[in-house]
Design a protein around this ligand. Structure first.
Ligand code: HEC
Ligand code: HEC
Length: 382
């Protein structure tokens, strides 16, 4: 008797879990306004606001013509981004490694994918809509191909099982129909291409443009205090920090040079380029002059995206600034960037302790707190 009631309780519990799991997918299906089935396949176009005026206006988000942004596509992408059913072991979603609180990066040096630890530190996902080079080694040129790459390498879903799941979950069925229209000639409603496109649409909405530094540039002089202003000058001064050469795409404040984005910032000493632990961009081009070069990351929200660098070697901004600010900490190698000025001109004085702390204070003004808490970006299943 006791046995069977325990069994009953377990079954009841399991049922509740299943039902709850279904609940989180509960579709708020709204019938088409004129009641026809075709309205089920009509999407609502989404346009990016170009909110900020002047030369510091946000660089226009590039939207590919074959993947226009729609409210339904973005909503679908957000769900797929956070749904661990998109992985072979059903335990890993994009959101497992790209966490909003860390500007969609990870606080772990390496994250756990379905095969084990990742090869590199998880990138932040912020303002990528204006970017055209993706991953630390620059191996992808569009958000769509980057999403496909990430899905395949980090999550390796069983595609046919995934399609079956998405096809039979009402809210997904509804959103795929709305976002991408009615399939013609008996084509499937759910495809890998549409999964990737929807996630890319969501990623393009992850815009941060309201840090204190943005406010300062929009004319709110009081947004930065004296120490932060001094840090800003160090950032821009070629005889001091000289961060500007690589980390500033001036009119757009992306703080990443998008024209020559692959560089070697003197992290490792090697006599021969084949000795780099990770050859980075060299892997992509096969050119030995690219060995040891990595993508210049955006410094947006850098305060919350520790650890730093492609291998997450630095755990604090103080360590990063120590690296750049002293001649002795810079490492020589054949591909080191000539814009690492302190290495080229050893007469440039090292940064003082005060200058370093002001520079760190300035880097923290790049944090957009509203972005980190924007409910539109959060996990819809929580
Ligand atoms: C297991 C952890 C993990 C998961 C899961 C994961 N990523 Fe990543 N992501 C990473 C790592 C690590 C990198 C950097 C890899 C590299 O550069 O080689 C990265 C880089 C990226 C980039 C490049 C960003 C840039 O600025 O260059 C994009 C875009 C991206 N991921 C999107 C996604 C999407 C979309 C998903 C879900 C389909 C996803 N990731 C799932 C760990 C993960
Ligand atoms: C020669 C170009 C260059 C210069 C100059 C430069 N950086 Fe970098 N920076 C890079 C590259 C490239 C990376 C990524 C390197 C890697 O991970 O291998 C990087 C990474 C970083 C990161 C880590 C970000 C993250 O998300 O992991 C921070 C922070 C940073 N730089 C700050 C600065 C500051 C502050 C200065 C000035 C004192 C500066 N950089 C000067 C090219 C440069």
């Amino acid at each position: 008797m006791r046995q069977s009631s325990r069994l009953y309780a377990i079954v009841l519990c399991a049922l509740t879990i299943v039902l709850l799991a279904q609940c989180k997918h509960d579709p708020p299906i709204t019938p088409g306004s004129n009641g026809t089935t075709d309205t089920l396949y009509t999407s609502t176009p989404y346009t990016f606001s170009q909110t900020i005026g002047g030369i510091y206006s946000y660089r226009k988000v590039k939207v590919p013509s074959d993947n226009p942004e729609t409210y339904e596509g973005i909503r679908l992408g957000r769900m797929l981004f956070y749904d661990s059913t998109l992985s072979i072991n059903r335990q890993v979603s994009c959101g497992s490694c790209h966490k909003q609180e860390y500007s969609f990066g990870d606080n772990q040096r390496l994250s756990q994918n379905v095969h084990g630890p990742t090869k590199r530190n998880a990138s932040t996902l912020v303002n990528l809509g204006i970017n055209s080079i993706f991953f630390w080694d620059g191996r992808q040129a569009t958000i769509e191909t980057a999403v496909d790459d990430a899905l395949t390498h980090e999550q390796s879903p069983d595609m046919s099982a995934l399609f079956a799941y998405l096809d039979t979950t009402p809210v997904y069925k509804y959103l795929f129909g709305k976002a991408f229209g009615k399939p013609v000639d008996n084509a499937p409603l759910v495809t890998e291409d549409k999964i990737v496109k929807a996630i890319a649409q969501f990623i393009r909405t992850l815009r941060a443009e309201d840090s204190r530094y943005d406010k300062y540039n929009r004319g709110e002089a009081s947004a930065l205090n004296a120490g932060e202003l001094n840090g800003m000058n160090i950032f821009f001064d070629q005889q001091k920090g000289d961060c500007v050469h690589c980390h500033m795409d001036a009119p757009y404040m992306t703080l990443a040079n998008v024209n020559v984005p692959m560089r070697n910032n003197a992290l490792d000493t090697v006599a021969n380029v084949s000795q780099f632990a990770d050859i980075g961009y060299g892997q992509v081009t096969g050119d030995i002059s690219d060995y040891g070069k990595f993508k210049i990351p955006a410094l947006r929200n850098v305060e919350v995206s520790a650890p730093y660098m492609h291998d997450g070697r630095f755990t604090t901004l103080e360590q990063v600034v120590d690296h750049y600010g002293s001649y002795d900490s810079l490492r020589k190698s054949p591909t080191v960037d000539p814009l690492m000025e302190r290495l080229v001109y050893p007469n440039i004085p090292d940064l003082t302790a005060q200058q370093k702390s002001d520079l760190v204070a300035f880097l923290k003004t790049l944090t957009d707190t509203a972005f980190l808490h924007n409910p539109d970006f959060s996990n819809p299943f929580h």
